[in-house]
Design a protein around this ligand. Structure first.
Ligand code: MG
Length: 285
């Protein structure tokens, strides 16, 4: 790959106010040019908030490349709780969440962000499961709504092995459905070796989270452990090599969700940014 400033720009996962990612207030200290933005709550998705956010991003010269959806009632406490609460899988909240997802897609469109990412929830591993086809249908609905705004949907990886995800993408069969590849999630959920999965999912990968983790001693049953980039099981040099092989040139978006300790979060994201910059230089020259 030719060295090009537009290849693999650094990014960071951010949120506005209290949330999961780095706050915009400290983002400018890192001089990172792109972000994934966790959606603000409904009360902060008004036209006035959109205008203010566009101006804030412009003033710090940052481009938002993906808005991540999240829903009230989701919990990542442990793997069974994720299964029962996250994304569009839980039936009791599905209609309400699809309606909210339409609003989040519109919010992203007003921000001129061309992709909306989400954890869909655990896709059933057995395609004959009674929940499988309805989940395919609702994903088609979401993709079709986004296509009306000329936007893409990026499914976050980790809650299923690569083969299950590939079959699901093929079954949904929508031209604007892609993958946000998070190697740490593959480890945290015990769903397969991340680099093998990245190569397998290949051209569907339209965004990535640079996050690291250590395996659980009971993969798939209990969480692995999220750790700072470079201290976990992800081979980052190999990760960039596969991104190059599959032709991915988009942002490398660092994700470190420890908002309870902003100083440590800033230091660790800064360290991750330096490490990725060195690896990029090595791969691109
Ligand atoms: Mg992620």
């Amino acid at each position: 790959m030719q060295n090009n400033k537009k290849v693999w720009p650094l990014g960071v996962f951010t949120s506005i106010g209290l949330g999961l990612g780095l706050s915009l207030e400290v983002l400018h200290q890192l001089k990172i040019p792109t972000i994934h933005l966790h959606t603000p709550p409904k009360t902060e998705r008004t036209p006035a908030h959109v205008a203010s956010l566009v101006e804030r991003l412009r003033s710090i010269d940052v481009e938002a490349t993906c808005v991540f959806a999240g829903f009230t009632g989701e919990s990542y406490a442990d793997i069974p709780t994720v299964r029962s609460t996250v994304g569009l899988l839980p039936l009791e909240s599905r209609a309400e969440r699809v309606a909210e997802l339409h609003e989040i897609i519109d919010f992203a469109s007003q921000l001129k962000v061309a992709a909306v990412g989400l954890h869909l929830g655990f896709v059933p591993h057995d395609t004959s499961d009674a929940g499988y086809e309805p989940l395919v249908e609702v994903t088609r609905d979401v993709c079709d709504y986004a296509l009306g705004n000329d936007q893409a949907i990026h499914l976050e990886t980790g809650q299923e092995p690569a083969g299950v995800l590939l079959d699901f993408l093929s079954e949904v069969n929508r031209s604007n459905l892609f993958v946000n590849f998070d190697p740490a999630n593959m480890i945290l959920y015990g769903c397969g070796e991340p680099l093998e999965a990245l190569a397998e999912i290949g051209h569907y990968v339209h965004s990535v989270h640079c996050k690291d983790a250590k395996w659980s001693d009971r993969p798939g049953e209990t969480w692995g452990t999220e750790v700072p980039l470079g201290e976990g099981a992800v081979d980052w040099s190999g990760f960039l090599q596969i991104l190059d092989d599959i032709g991915y040139t988009g942002p490398l978006t660092i994700e470190r969700e420890i908002p309870q300790d902003p100083e440590r979060q800033l230091a660790e994201i800064g360290h991750a940014a330096r490490m990725l910059t060195q690896l990029k230089t090595h791969h691109l020259t």
